[in-house]
Write a protein that binds this ligand. Structure first.
Ligand code: APR
Ligand code: PHB
Length: 392
């Protein structure tokens, strides 16, 4: 088989890229380890920046998010139960975010991929990129029918944090930057109306809590927890009691308790690998960088990477220009680092750290008080939260 571009991984990064390349009439094949059902059903964050929603519309996959997505023009921060509002409409030139689950985004991407005959191969085992430092790279993989090989011009690793691509780059060509946070997030879904019409980020003496949602009848709630905790340690009662305490009285009185499902614990990590290209291999999305979920930047960052990369590849194929592909890593990383900073900052501002002393706590409280009282500080928060411009 031959294709101009081999994409490894059919998560958001891989599928957005496949659509962008199709738009540029570049021939691509996507190779995915898991089944389509598995990839679609994964429950991840659900906040789309305006640029992500705009891209979905441009790609002709924006009808459902326009209909069903919940547009939020602000968010609330709470400190030990005392809440204040950040108004994006007022502070960020009328920008907004849209709450729409990643699994819904995947459904839209996959359905349009079927209609457009985008070639996605699921359950491709032992995917192995080869010849990355030559002009003729290839990818091999196994299926129940045997071993297969795809020759291509470029390979894009969109295979997430645990994928195979990043490891193909020699260690001495890569720099890894990493911060592992000493806690996790316990997340639940519940078929109950959300406790607020917008998101609430709560810093509480006992730890962070976040009230989010998937629809007017489905809530997505999170609690900071210990990395030693297991899902079984958290009964529904224990979850609701702790959530009510941390989110504060005003919102607690509006929490509808119900049976929780999709209960899971996720670690929090900041991670960047630089550069995001080696030879004929490009990395995009979680394969190259991870943000802690505070601020919900992960999916939006993956989208921003592949927008830059698709433009670079389009420039290469249409005009023979190498500028875009040579500049990809620097351009993508410029935006990545800003999102890393914001996600790290918001995590530090809102979570309880194990070795925090009185001084650390006062610094958090002072910064939150400053946000509450200063329009300039709230503007900086809003500008980052709704998403920085795609290309700078
Ligand atoms: N071969 C083929 N596919 C692989 C391999 C492999 N060796 N390893 C992983 N994959 C697939 C995974 O099964 C997954 O479907 O690559 C895909 C990577 O998807 P994500 O982990 O979602 O990463 P990305 O597309 O970069 O998404 C970025 O969305 O899922 C969230 O947390 C993620 O917020 C981040 C954003
Ligand atoms: C979510 O709805 O899953 C979500 C929302 C906001 C975040 C993180 C996750 O910051």
């Amino acid at each position: 088989m031959h294709a101009q571009v081999a994409i490894i991984g059919a998560g958001p990064a891989g599928m957005f890229l496949a659509h962008l390349l199709r738009e540029a009439a570049i021939d691509a094949v996507v190779l995915e380890l898991r089944s389509r059902e598995y990839v679609t059903a994964r429950v991840r964050a659900g906040v789309l920046e305006q640029t992500t929603v705009d891209l979905m519309r441009r790609l002709g996959i924006g009808a459902r998010v326009a209909r069903e997505g919940l547009v939020h023009a602000g968010t609330t921060l709470a400190v030990d139960g005392d809440a204040f509002h950040v108004d994006f409409a007022e502070l960020a030139n009328g920008a907004s975010i849209t709450v729409y689950g990643q699994s819904e985004v995947m459904k839209d991407l996959n359905q349009a991929a079927d209609e457009r005959h985008i070639h996605v191969i699921y359950e491709a085992c032992d995917v192995r990129p080869d010849g990355l430092d030559t002009d003729a790279p290839s990818v091999t993989w196994n299926s129940p029918h045997g071993t297969h090989r795809l020759d291509c011009d470029f390979i894009v690793g969109c295979d997430g944090f645990h994928g195979v691509s990043r490891g193909c780059i020699p260690c001495d060509a890569l720099t890894i930057f990493e911060r592992i946070f000493p806690f996790g997030w316990l997340g639940v879904l519940a078929e109950v109306p959300p406790c607020n019409h917008e998101l609430v980020y709560a810093n509480h003496e006992r730890g962070f809590a976040l009230a989010s949602m998937r629809s007017a009848t489905r809530s997505r709630y999170y609690l900071q927890c210990s990395l030693q905790d297991r899902v079984e340690d958290w009964s529904d009662d224990a979850f609701w009691n702790e959530f009510a305490l941390r989110i504060g009285e005003t919102f607690a009185s509006r929490v509808t308790r119900g049976v929780t499902f999709e209960k899971s614990i996720a670690p929090l990590r900041s991670f960047v690998c630089a550069p995001m290209r080696w030879g004929r291999l490009f990395l995009a999305g979680d394969a190259a960088h991870i943000v802690p979920p505070t601020g919900a930047k992960g999916l939006n960052l993956a989208v921003a990477d592949v927008v830059v990369l698709a433009k670079a590849l389009a420039g290469f194929y249409a005009a023979g220009s190498r500028d875009g592909i040579d500049g990809y890593s620097d351009r993508a990383l410029a935006r990545v680092w800003k999102a890393e900073r914001f996600s790290w900052w918001l995590t530090n501002l809102t979570h309880r750290f194990p070795h925090m002393d009185g001084f650390d706590r006062q610094m958090q409280l002072a910064e939150l008080a400053y946000l509450r009282s200063s329009r300039a500080a709230r503007s900086a928060f809003a500008e980052n939260y709704v998403g920085l411009p795609l290309e700078e």
